[in-house]
Design a protein around this ligand. Structure first.
Ligand code: NAD
Ligand code: DAU
Length: 354
């Protein structure tokens, strides 16, 4: 089996659902259930015989050691992180705790476990660290996209904390021989995305008739990848990635934020026209920019294609349509996330039933 951390978050829960649907292998999910962790996302697999959920912190080294000893995973995949840039600007402390110190404690536990394995199992073991393109900093408008050799130049407390964890992962491979793999991915979107991030926030605000807050001039560029494609890239890197290597993952979909917002509004105009007429785009409101806002990210994903044969399956047009439809079809999920009721779901579902 494999051990996944942060599997109740946006990308993690998509990964867990895909893994349990498509592989015969079990999965342990260790998640602290911060505001971003939502066990309700995983309701459909809670009773799956190959699935184990553990409520806990990657920084709790003793707990991780126990889990490793008990379940003997052949791989650990680290999705757990504080992930929202704006939160890191307001309160960086939690980002250092989880993304830096937590990753360090997790690596310590995994190093001990890996050293205890018989040679053949150690040879096959992998630690896969899920990271971000933001570690590379911001690109000029005409600069080539980030390759794996691009220098690290993180600009926010979030990206600096992720860069620190990437460096620790690299050092554990170089110094202790831990068999690591790192993926640096661009902006994801899709089902179960917490509505603090651009795409889900714009969908839910547009539907609620609220302003659509675009930072600055809205011309910042992100490179969008449908979450299912990120999950397939991670599975492929786990399967065939070369130990010690990093793989950039992206969708070849560079778009300015304002274009993203207008695309969402046009889809909503088509799929859920406003009762009183007019376009959802009339709700666009330009607001104060994010401090230190990176202007452009773009991923050069040729290495993962060349070496591992991975390419995204979704275009932006197909992925964003699926995503908008998912939010239209899941108003209860949105309502429970917005009201905070999702946090009581565990108590309602499990503790009363016990
Ligand atoms: P998310 O914020 O939606 O989920 C994070 C999950 O980690 C939550 O379930 C949370 O409860 C859990 N968690 C937080 N601290 C923890 C701790 N100390 N111990 C155990 N669990 C903890 O994040 P996401 O968007 O799903 O991102 C997952 C990973 O992918 C992160 O490492 C992020 O840096 C990386 N990433 C995200 C994107 C993106 O666009 N969302 C792109 C590239 C890389
Ligand atoms: O690039 C990968 C990263 O993408 C991940 O590592 C992060 O975990 C993830 O949160 C995401 O970071 P961004 O800062 O790019 O994502 P966010 O959705 O917060 O913002 C996307 C762009 O939209 C960014 O330029 C800021 C802008 N924005 C965002 C919000 C929330 C707005 O204009 N208005 C908003 O209200």
């Amino acid at each position: 089996m494999i051990l996944v951390t942060g599997g109740a978050g946006f990308i993690g829960s998509n990964f867990v659902l895909d893994w349990l649907a498509g592989s015969g292998e079990g999965l342990v999910n260790l998640d602290k259930l911060t505001y971003a962790g939502n066990r309700e996302n995983l309701r459909s697999v809670e009773k799956h015989p190959g699935y184990v959920f553990v409520h806990g912190d990657i920084g709790d080294q003793g707990l991780v050691e126990q889990l490793l000893a008990r379940h003997q995973p052949r791989a650990v995949l680290n999705f757990a992180a504080e992930s929202h840039v704006d939160r890191s600007i307001h309160s960086p402390g939690g980002f250092i705790e989880t993304n830096v110190v937590g990753s360090f404690r997790l690596l310590e536990a995994v190093r001990g476990y890996c050293d205890s394995l018989p040679a053949a199992q150690r040879e096959a073991f992998r630690f896969l660290h899920v990271s971000t393109d933001e570690v590379y900093g911001s690109l000029a408008p005409d600069a080539p996209a980030f390759t794996e050799d691009h220098k690290y130049e993180p600009n926010s407390p979030y990206s600096a904390s992720k860069a620190a964890s990437d460096h620790l992962v690299r050092a554990y491979c170089h110094t202790y021989g831990l068999p690591v793999l790192t993926t640096n991915c661009s902006n994801n979107y899709g089902p179960y995305h917490f509505p603090e991030k651009l795409i889900p926030l714009m969908i839910v605000n547009a539907l609620a008739g609220k302003p659509l807050p675009v930072y600055g001039d809205g011309q910042q560029v992100r490179d969008w990848l449908y979450v299912g494609d990120h999950c397939s890239a991670i599975r492929r890197v786990l399967e065939a990635g070369r130990v010690g290597e990093t793989y950039n993952v992206g969708g070849w979909n560079e778009k300015p934020n304002l274009e993203i917002v207008r695309t969402i509004c046009a889809l909503l105009d088509e799929l859920r026209p406003k009762a009183g007429g007019g376009s959802h785009a009339e709700q666009v409101t330009f607001v104060k920019d994010r401090p230190g806002h990176d202007r452009r990210y773009a991923i050069d994903a040729r290495k993962i294609e060349r070496e591992l044969g991975w390419r995204p399956a979704e275009s932006f047009e197909t992925g964003i349509r699926k995503t908008v439809r998912w939010y239209l079809e899941n108003p209860d999920w949105v309502a429970r996330v917005q009201s905070g009721a999702y946090r009581q779901w565990i108590a309602a579902q499990y503790e009363q039933a016990a």
